[in-house]
Design a protein around this ligand. Sequence first.
Ligand code: NAP
Ligand code: ZN
Length: 356
Amino acid sequence: MSLMCNNHKNMTTTRVLSVPSAKAPFEKTTIERRELRPDDVLIDIKFSGICHSDIHSAFDEWGGGIFPMVPGHEIAGFVVAVGSDVTKFAIGDRVGVGCFVDSCGECEYCLSGEEQYCTKGVINTYNGLDYDGNPTHGGYSQKIVVTEGFVIRIPDGLDMDVASPLLCAGITTFSPLKHWNAGPGKKVAIVGMGGLGHVAIQFAHAMGAEVTVLSRSMNKKEEALGFGADDYFATSDPATFTELVGRFDLILNTVSANLNVDQYLSLLRVDGTLVNVGAPAEPDQYKVFSLIMGRRSIAGSLVGGIRETQEMLDFAAEHGIVPMIEVIRADQVDEAYERILRSDVRYRFVIDISTL
Ligand code: NAP
Ligand code: ZN
């Protein structure tokens, strides 16, 4: 293996895009990936999606950022080496890695396949510390080492570039749609048509729900209908909130900023649920009466477990669910962040790692 660096105990040197401190521009540098443990696989990354969470993290909007930081949790590539105990994967397999790379494996949530809620604390793919206390570094990188239990197989029917956004945007929307029973007879609204929102439309439609998109402007209407939306409204038009009162069983909020929560709660039927996956740094506000008057709920949801992520990729391949992406070079990531903040992306940037 040419990349094995023998003076560092068989660690793998890999090129990465790294942020030295909050809001600083990206730098090309190298890091060492750990020596393969018996259950590890070494992945040669081909594509890495840019999630809005990468921006929240690299700008340290949520606090507690660990710098230098190598973001990226929408990873797709090939297995190029396996540890001696690996059984699930072989060299040459097409694989993905999502938002987390380890968990305790013993708590009730790990045992039930919802590792993201691990009571010991799930290990994030980047901007986290592993159980040995070493910082984790993500997918804006040529290589990554991950224990096989946290690696997902990319089905043959999915190209790698479009598979990468599904590893976060896909599972983050698929999981709550399933959990809250999006399906035939259910009226589902997707708020915000960005990276998450545009795949949420496709999943909710494929699950059989009646899908309405609530976007700020009418600009994305044609594409929303193309993704399978039945209806589309602009939230900048106050008439939207009178016309749609009491309409939805489920509202999936994918917006990265705070919304007028009471306004959205008023669009729920009795027993309806507003599920937040969008993760603004500032607290939301709402009136308790907005819940009481319709036995409504507000909920949140964090990505999805490994088993469900595999199920989501297989479902996407089977139903022809494909993120709409713009592939960029490694030296365009700073500009891509600015464009995402201006909502100037249709609908996910994906870094071609061969340009790193
Ligand atoms: P994105 O591509 O930037 O999409 C967000 C969309 O929200 C935009 O396209 C825009 O849609 C809408 N929006 C943006 N600013 C807004 C504002 N000020 N007011 C109203 N609407 C606004 O982001 P993303 O990658 O989809 O991520 C969305 C959020 O989900 C982020 O906060 C991210 O951190 C979070 N996230 C959470 C999880 C989880 O596990 N819960 C996982 C991944 C990401 P329109 O133009 O259609 O209005
Ligand atoms: Zn993400």
